[in-house]
Ligand binder design. Structure first.
Ligand code: SF4
Length: 348
């Protein structure tokens, strides 16, 4: 069984099945990002076929990344022998807490590689946008589901006369060229004067701009289209600076502490609380698993003047940027406490 059914993603379960057999797994939970959940039934059937009698459960709740294994709840109740986590790579342990790997059951990561590609016309359009920024050397970055395409995109850009590099992956977590929404170290570490982001949506390329301040062009295999993300990045940056400036004189803070497996960051909470104490600021810690607008409104009252979110740094920039009080990332909180508008710190 090389692939699992007729899916638009290559999902090879052979290694997972042999590991699961190796540990004698009797109960297995399959986790998928929302966009892949509809393939959960086919994947569960493939696993069942390979494992015989084992009990397979498809996890229906949202799983935003490998920061979000929800192992605590699963272990407290279902107690699986293993979690098969499809479509994300392991979360870098140094930006989470020390016990990221769960006790009691293991996590097996299975890539889901998109079968989409782009036409030459879309690559040419991306090349034109990059040239309009005067880019001489471009770095190609992407997310987990397109990492197998980065060398091909590099080659196609070079055919268009653009010098392209692929940043080395952050081992053992990321493949070459790979970024996630809260970790752009590999992109930042490469010499390039612009980025070609290969993938869909705005989430990752916007984060890439905020982390690098270099032009970002998106080459989208879902729409077969190139888009310049730079203006959106510039606008978001201006909004973020405004939020930081609004927080300079504020004294009473709420610090959100993440409850999800990879979003609990004691090192960061220590950093922020020490900085606040040093500067005579007051704070209250608030634990939260999913920081929705509803839960933010529910906990807010006149005591709080601003909030800092240590769980996912994209909650302030992408979800609650219009909130009536400043909601800042950890990096922005440090800037606000120190009264600095530069350098912009993103995400941590
Ligand atoms: S950006 Fe947020 S959801 Fe995505 S991996 Fe990072 S912490 Fe998790």
């Amino acid at each position: 069984m090389e692939e699992c059914g007729e899916l638009p993603y290559q999902i090879d379960l052979r290694l997972a099945i042999s590991s699961l057999k190796g540990i004698g797994a009797k109960k297995v939970v399959v986790q998928l990002p929302d966009g892949l959940k509809k393939f959960g039934a086919a994947i569960a059937r493939c696993l069942q076929e390979g494992l015989g009698e084992a009990e397979i459960l498809i996890h229906a709740d949202s799983v935003f990344g490998s920061c979000d294994l929800q192992h605590g709840q699963l272990w407290a109740t279902v107690r699986p022998d293993a979690i098969v986590h499809i479509g994300h790579s392991p979360y870098p342990v140094e930006i989470a807490h020390e016990e990221l790997e769960p006790r009691g059951s293991r996590v097996i990561y299975v890539p889901a590689l998109s079968k989409l590609a782009v036409t030459k016309e879309a690559v040419r359009a991306a090349g034109d946008l990059l040239r309009s920024h005067g880019a001489r050397e471009v770095a190609v970055v992407t997310t987990a589901q397109h990492t197998h395409m980065v060398r091909e995109i590099q080659r196609q850009l070079e055919e268009e006369g653009i010098r392209a590099v692929v940043p080395r992956g952050l081992q053992p977590f990321f493949s070459d060229g790979q970024v996630i929404g809260c970790d752009y170290r590999v992109a930042r570490g490469v010499k390039a004067d612009a980025y070609l982001y290969y993938g869909g949506g705005i989430f990752h390329p916007l984060g890439l701009y905020l982390a690098t301040f270099r032009p970002v062009v998106k080459l989208d295999p879902y729409e077969d289209k190139a888009t310049d993300i730079t203006p959106v990045g510039e606008k978001t940056y201006r909004i973020r600076l405004l939020k930081v400036a609004e927080s300079f004189q504020l004294d009473r803070w709420g610090i959100f502490v993440g409850v999800k497996t990879g979003q609990y960051r004691p090192w960061l909470i220590r950093l922020l609380t020490e900085e606040m104490r040093k500067r005579g600021k007051k704070y209250l810690l608030i634990s939260s698993e999913n920081l929705t607008l509803q839960s933010l409104v529910a906990v807010d009252n006149e005591w709080f003047q601003a909030f800092s979110v240590t769980s996912c740094p994209r909650i302030p920039t992408d979800d609650h940027w219009e909130y009536v009080k400043p909601v800042l990332t950890p990096g922005e909180t440090i800037m606000a406490l120190r009264g600095e508008l530069e350098p912009y710190r993103f995400p941590w």
